[in-house]
Ligand binder design. Structure first.
Ligand code: SAH
Length: 432
């Protein structure tokens, strides 16, 4: 683990801690972040340029610098008249995120960044290098209002929603880093001479576990070709909305960010929609709305229990939408988009890891059809003050085997970054 202090910390105005089970949907209003190119779609960008008294086509030039060349440096924008570069950058590409601290784990393969936003609010993102892909786990809110008792983020409450550009900048910030630095990373399980064929072997060495964003298997991997394998990929292939926040509770900003990620360059980053994963506690109307957007991102449903009684305790949103409501919505998502849905299931010792719960989950999933879903059990990551721990290895294995016996593809998620509080459910943006 390494720590680089890169700036002074300022505590954000923190919300009060929520009572157990209390849900918060409306984020406190704070001063808006500065306007940014990534908040706008292409026609809004042209309008913004014209409102500043410039030619509309400058919008495309700026977009090319931002999304394609990954630069916000006015000096590098040589196709723009020198006299207006600084003005345009100040107006449409202001810095939104300031790195406060960078922590690395897993031999450099996992990098967690704590960012400070314009108003002092803090969020974290986690970059994970895998043999065949590079995944960034991003935050959509500072804090979270969903209050799941096993998740550190939920315990601190919701500070505020992020803007579209604040979400996008987490990805672009990492993309710029990757391009500029080419940090060599020793990937877990890799041989020294890891090449194309061996890469698959390296992944198998993870013991049949799955990695975040690992569903884009058969996509051509940007940046993977012709690079020394001992180095991380130079581009981000997967983005998962699994950092701080419930993105579907910040719908407009989240869908804007998704569009910026998948729109072809130079309007956006040109990523494959299947490389983007939206994770949710199960906000049913928002799942349907997402399905109707026509962008087939991968959906992950944080279920954690197949029965309402337990799920009510683990995922308080279950008081609004029951297990069956959430599973029906997930199944509709599959029907509309054709994308196989992930069910997230944090395995908590003696709480939700019983064989009968695996059977009940298997029954509920197969009752809705076959081939539409797979399950990602996640060994519970420890969080401060929690009485819960991860399931015993044998119990975890039994849970997995039971699900597989129902014909449900099941892969245990790896737990990257747990020693830097960078794993699922550990992002609390603590500066101490
Ligand atoms: N609000 C979104 C994103 C949250 S984080 C959602 O709930 O899906 C992504 C995943 O990590 C979720 O499935 C979440 O339930 C899970 N998670 C939260 N705390 C965890 C913990 N302590 N250990 C393991 N997984 C956890």
């Amino acid at each position: 683990m390494a720590e680089d202090a890169v700036g002074p910390d300022e505590p954000a105005g923190l919300p009060g801690r929520p009572r157990p089970g209390q849900l918060t949907f409306t984020a406190p209003r704070r001063g808006r972040p500065p306007q940014h190119l990534a908040d706008l779609d292409p026609s809004e960008r042209r309008a913004a340029l014209e409102a500043l008294g410039h030619k509309g086509f400058r919008a495309k030039q700026l977009s090319t610098h931002y999304f394609e060349r990954l630069t916000v440096d006015p000096e590098a924008m040589t196709d723009l008249p020198k006299a207006i570069r600084a003005e345009l950058v100040a107006a449409l590409l202001p810095p939104l995120l300031t790195p406060v601290r960078v922590l690395t784990a897993d031999g450099g393969a996992t990098v967690k960044t704590l960012w400070r936003l314009h108003d002092g609010a803090l969020v974290e993102s986690v970059l994970m290098h895998y043999p065949r892909r590079t995944t960034i786990c991003i935050s959509s809110q500072a804090g979270c209002g969903m209050n799941c008792p096993f998740c550190a983020t939920g315990q601190a409450g919701l500070t505020r929603n992020l803007s579209t550009a604040e979400i996008v900048e987490q990805v672009l910030g990492a993309a710029r880093e990757l391009r500029d630095r080419h940090v060599p990373v020793a990937l877990p399980g890799d041989g020294a001479d890891l090449g194309g064929e061996a890469a698959a072997g390296g992944e198998a060495a993870l013991g049949g576990e799955t990695d975040l964003g690992g569903e884009a298997d058969d996509d051509p991997e940007p940046g993977a070709r012709g690079e020394p394998a001992a180095y991380g990929h130079s581009r981000i292939s997967n983005v998962v909305f699994m950092g701080m926040g419930e993105a579907l509770a910040n719908y407009r900003a989240a869908i804007g960010a998704i569009r910026r990620l998948v729109d072809p360059a130079p309007d956006g980053l040109g990523m494959s929609a299947r490389g983007v994963t939206m994770s949710t506690v199960g906000l049913v109307p928002a799942i349907d709305r997402l399905a109707a957007e026509g962008i087939p991102v991968t959906l992950a449903l944080s279920l954690h229990a197949p029965d309402d009684e337990l799920r009510e305790e683990l995922v308080p949103i279950n008081t609004r939408w029951k297990v069956d409501d959430a599973l029906d919505a997930a199944h509709r998502y599959f029907q509309v988009t054709g994308r196989r849905v992930s069910i997230e299931y944090a395995l908590i010792r003696d709480v939700n890891d019983q064989a009968w719960r695996a059977d009940l989950l298997g029954d509920k999933l197969t009752a809705r059809g076959r081939g539409w879903v797979h399950v990602n059990p996640i060994p519970l990551n420890p969080t401060p003050g929690s009485r819960w721990t991860a399931s015993r290895a044998g119990v975890e294995q039994q849970f997995v085997e039971r699900l597989r016996a129902h014909g449900i593809p099941t892969t245990v998620r790896d737990t990257r970054g747990s020693d830097i509080d960078g794993a699922c459910g550990q992002l609390a943006a603590a500066t101490g």
